[in-house]
Design a binder for this molecule. Structure first.
Ligand SMILES: Nc1ncnc2c1ncn2[C@@H]1O[C@H](COP(=O)(O)OP(=O)(O)OP(=O)(O)O)[C@@H](O)[C@H]1O
Ligand SMILES: [Mg+2]
Length: 270
């Protein structure tokens, strides 16, 4: 069974046009599956519906039609308990690493917050005060080490870090509950190319080490090609082409996919 199954999913929004209200379809009849352990790359021009699709997988936006199953659970119809179980399994990482971090919280609180929130259903055994604090601290050190940062970050605030470091902190936080799936929505688009490349390599290493499954959304065809097992191409809300990454890049069938490939320069060699 695939980890994620998107079945004929659509999303439309009411749009006011003068005195009338019309519906605009932003995702139209999309079906795809994400297998455990793979990276599905999702590309398409701005406004093609990538983020909307990602938010429907995360259960943050309700589809107007169709279903999204994550590990067999329909995320739009899950009960509270089912949804908590699914939430632990999938975590988002978004484009803007600063907006995602609460500026008033210390890094220690930020990366362990998911454990505290989910502690009731097994995130972290609620121990005595001091023990619990020590356990959270050592968990935070472990998570930071996984993303290449050290303990000295724990008592500092987000503004003290660079964009790349903030994205590492976001990733550490996303890993706190040991998810199976990361929804990566343009995780390096806001970063310099070289810093973005480091984050991409970090994501690759984490995927190997933790058997993670990725949905990787990006405008950069070379980056998507580098990371993905398969690639899905969206245009105006529709899935226009999907295939093995190398095959799709070497022999794109759709003119639109050819344009996307032609529009992006090759990555500089590392
Ligand atoms: N909550 C909303 N209400 C109304 N329209 C919306 C809403 N969310 C998204 N849209 C519209 O849906 C369309 C698709 O948006 P979406 O953010 O999914 O595109 P995207 O492919 O992620 O684009 P980008 O590459 O710029 O991030 C856009 O036209 C957008 O304006
Ligand atoms: Mg988007």
């Amino acid at each position: 069974m695939p980890l994620v199954e998107v079945n004929s999913v659509s999303k439309s929004y009411a749009r006011r046009a003068g005195l009338h209200s019309q519906r605009q379809t932003v995702v139209e009849n999309v079906s795809l599956a994400i297998e455990a352990g793979e990276t599905l790359g999702l590309v398409g021009e701005s406004g093609s519906g990538k983020t909307t699709l990602a938010r429907m997988i995360l259960g943050l936006v309700k589809p107007s039609g169709g279903t999204v199953l994550v590990d067999g659970t329909d995320v739009a119809r899950a009960t509270g308990a089912q949804m908590r179980r699914v939430r632990r399994q999938m975590q988002p990482v978004f484009q803007d690493p600063y907006a995602a971090l609460n500026p008033r919280m210390k890094i220690l609180e930020i990366v362990t917050e998911p454990l505290v929130i989910h502690s009731k259903d097994g995130g972290l055994a609620p121990g005595a005060g001091g023990d619990r604090r020590a356990a959270l601290r050592s968990k935070a050190v472990e998570l930071l080490a996984e993303v290449g940062m050290d303990e000295s970050a724990l008592d500092r605030h987000p503004h003290e870090f660079s964009g790349g470091q903030r994205q590492r902190i976001n990733i550490a936080r996303a890993l706190a509950l040991r998810p199976r799936l990361l929804i990566l929505d343009e995780p390096v688009s806001a970063l310099d190319v070289s810093v973005g490349a480091q984050i991409v390599n970090l994501l690759r290493r984490l995927q190997r080490e933790q058997a993670l499954t990725y949905l990787f959304i990006s405008h950069s065809m070379p980056l998507v090609r580098y990371l993905s097992t398969r690639i899905a191409v969206m245009q105006r809300g529709r899935l226009v082409e999907m295939g093995e990454a190398e095959e799709l890049c070497a022999h794109p069938k759709e003119a639109y996919t050819q344009q996307l490939i032609a529009a992006t320069p090759e990555l500089p060699q590392a």
